[in-house]
Design a protein around this ligand. Structure first.
Ligand code: ATP
Length: 344
């Protein structure tokens, strides 16, 4: 029996079936990330687990106990939202201690728990400030601290970093990862940002249109995506996907039978560039992005394939240059016409 178990979970908004029979098992201490494009249902699924929306079908169990109909306040879960939802007129200390105070915990216990959480989150110097005297990142940490002091069975995060600027988002992401290592609390985290998903998760659940496309560790999803959707959702820049028709005959001949009429997927690191005439096919450079530690080179081929090559060295190439394009066929992903993976 898993710690948290979802069996055939359904949610309708009127006629719209937003969540379509989700089955998922989450183990104690796991960090699970729900990821997917806008509207795929990830926030709804989290809200169903939190008890903020009613479940229309299926069963939700926590530690073997059916909690499908249990009110949110009785589920022993704590949710951290994108909008921090702090009480503006209360100090950081009061915000963090609010739930414990409501639960009539002794003052000494409250003080100890809040101070410990503040220490973990580097909030000790700010305990007497009000939220408006804090930066966005500090406010988000207070919201997390408020969840920590309750010591819930499960932490639920709904896009907690999306209001922060890029630098702060990166820092806070690292803090959340450290926090998980320290507390080992079971965590479900919703994001549309696949980099967040890849860096934080023990397991990633990729959702699309109310259904699970694939569940796996970040590297399983990267290396062995089950279909073209997952293949192109995970990884930056996106996996190159070209139809076989856009590829030279040498590639078409090596495609597995099931991929006929389908496509080939190549990670940017599986595409390398040579001087013109020395690759598998000649192409034309469309754009060069020099990012410092790596260079992304966008190339088009006469067959109509658009490919991005990633290299860890600087490049002398410019838009308009002719290049030879080589591909590591042994690293290729093959897809049938429906976008399902075909094993080579
Ligand atoms: P985003 O990343 O944009 O927040 P999401 O994956 O979290 O998207 P949800 O917010 O879970 O998506 O929405 C899933 C689907 O359910 C969408 O089609 C949305 O329009 C619909 N939906 C969500 N909440 C409601 C609601 N309260 N009433 C009606 N439809 C809703």
């Amino acid at each position: 029996m898993s710690f948290l178990q979802l069996q055939g979970i359904e949610k309708y908004f009127g006629e719209h079936r937003a969540i379509k029979g989700i089955d998922l098992q989450i183990e104690k201490g796991e960090f699970v990330v729900f990821v997917g494009p806008s509207g795929c249902g990830k926030s709804t699924l989290l809200r169903l687990i939190a008890g903020l929306e009613a479940i229309d079908g299926g069963k939700l169990s926590l530690e073997g106990r059916d909690i499908t109909q249990l009110p949110s306040s009785k589920r022993d879960l704590a949710m951290v939202f994108q909008s921090y939802a702090l009480y503006p007129h209360m100090s950081v200390f009061e915000n963090m201690s609010f739930a414990l105070k409501l639960a009539k915990a002794p003052l000494a216990v409250i003080k100890e728990k809040v101070e410990r959480a503040a220490q973990i989150l580097n909030l000790t110097p700010y305990l007497q400030r009000t939220p408006k005297e804090l930066s966005g990142g500090q406010r988000q940490r207070v919201a997390i601290g408020r969840a920590i002091v309750r010591a819930p069975k499960v932490f639920l995060f709904d896009e907690p970093l999306s209001n922060l600027d890029a630098a702060l988002r990166g820092q806070t992401r690292v803090e959340i990862a450290k926090l998980h290592r320290e507390l080992g609390a079971t965590t479900i985290y919703v994001t549309h940002d696949q980099v967040e998903a890849m860096t934080l998760a023990d397991r990633v659940v990729v959702l699309r249109d109310g259904q699970i496309e694939q569940v796996g560790s970040p590297l399983e999803l990267y290396d062995r995506p089950a279909n073209q959707f997952v293949a192109q959702f995970i990884g930056t820049p996106q996996m190159n996907v070209s139809t076989l028709a856009q590829m030279p005959a040498t590639v078409r001949q090596q495609a597995p039978a099931g991929a006929v009429g389908g496509s080939i997927g190549l990670r940017p690191e599986s595409v390398t560039l040579q001087p013109a005439g020395q690759g598998l096919v000649d192409g034309s450079v469309e754009l060069v992005e020099a990012l410092g530690a790596e260079t992304l080179i966008y190339v088009s081929t006469p067959g109509g394939a658009q490919l991005v090559a990633r290299q860890s060295t600087r490049s002398p190439l410019h838009a308009g240059d002719a290049v030879g394009v080589s591909i590591a066929l042994e690293q290729a992903h093959w897809f049938d016409p429906q976008g399902r993976v075909v094993n080579a």
